[in-house]
Design a protein around this ligand. Structure first.
Ligand code: SF4
Length: 215
């Protein structure tokens, strides 16, 4: 069984898949407490419901979509997430997993697209990063740095430089928390420092700034 917070149809917002219609399977429960968390309702398992993998597959299939993202909360906290991924891939869904970067990505089908957060100091939870994951990265995985301020930007540059051999040419995403870090300032910094990461504005916060559940 999986503890499910919600299933909803929206637009993918934080990866190279951004802008594409996507079905989200949001699992309940998280092991972190980020300063900027906008899905507080999914941090605890209390608000979720116990649902079997088969039932989730049925619900997902009813939407007739091809892109599915498993998110949270933290989806890797639940043992049966790997089974859910396996079943979705068998049915030819393209599967993304958005993870907070603190838990191991080992044991998943190599076809899954991992979008892995590297939590910066501004998140207040940066100590939790699972460095063993760096050895498991594949070319289609993506690393996402959500930045609260300029200090986070420079910290991210240092992190990438320090782990250049593992990160290599992987897609890296720089995304500002717009309430505290103006996107235009981040853009200027990226250009000034010749950063080859992708600037990404959090699409859902632009479209639905009031943090509408199900979006
Ligand atoms: S990892 Fe995600 S769900 Fe968990 S506290 Fe951070 S932002 Fe919220």
């Amino acid at each position: 069984m999986l503890n499910l917070s919600e299933i909803f149809y929206s637009l993918q917002g934080e990866s190279t898949f951004a802008g594409l219609p996507c079905l989200f399977v949001r699992l309940a429960g998280c092991n972190l407490n980020c300063a900027y968390c906008d899905t507080g309702y999914a941090r605890s398992v209390d608000g979720g419901e116990e649902v079997s993998v088969a039932e989730i597959i049925d619900r997902v299939s009813a939407y007739k979509v091809s892109l599915v993202e498993i998110t949270g909360g933290e989806p890797l906290l639940q043992k049966e997430t790997a089974q859910l991924v396996k079943e979705l891939l068998k049915l030819n869904f393209t599967v993304l997993i958005e993870t907070n970067g603190s838990l191991s990505i080992a044991g998943f089908d190599p076809c899954v697209f991992f979008i892995i957060d590297v939590k910066t100091p501004g998140s207040k939870v940066s100590a939790g990063f699972n460095f063993a994951n760096l050895e498991l990265l594949q070319a289609h995985h993506q690393l996402k740095f959500v930045m609260v301020d300029e200090a986070d930007f420079f910290w991210s540059l240092d992190f990438i430089a320090e782990h250049k051999s593992e990160i290599g040419r992987l897609e890296t995403i720089f995304s500002p928390v717009t309430k505290s870090f103006a996107p235009e300032r981040l853009a200027e910094l990226m250009l000034a420092h010749r950063v080859s990461a992708r600037l990404q504005l959090q699409l859902h916060t632009l479209l639905w700034p009031e943090c509408v559940r199900g979006r």
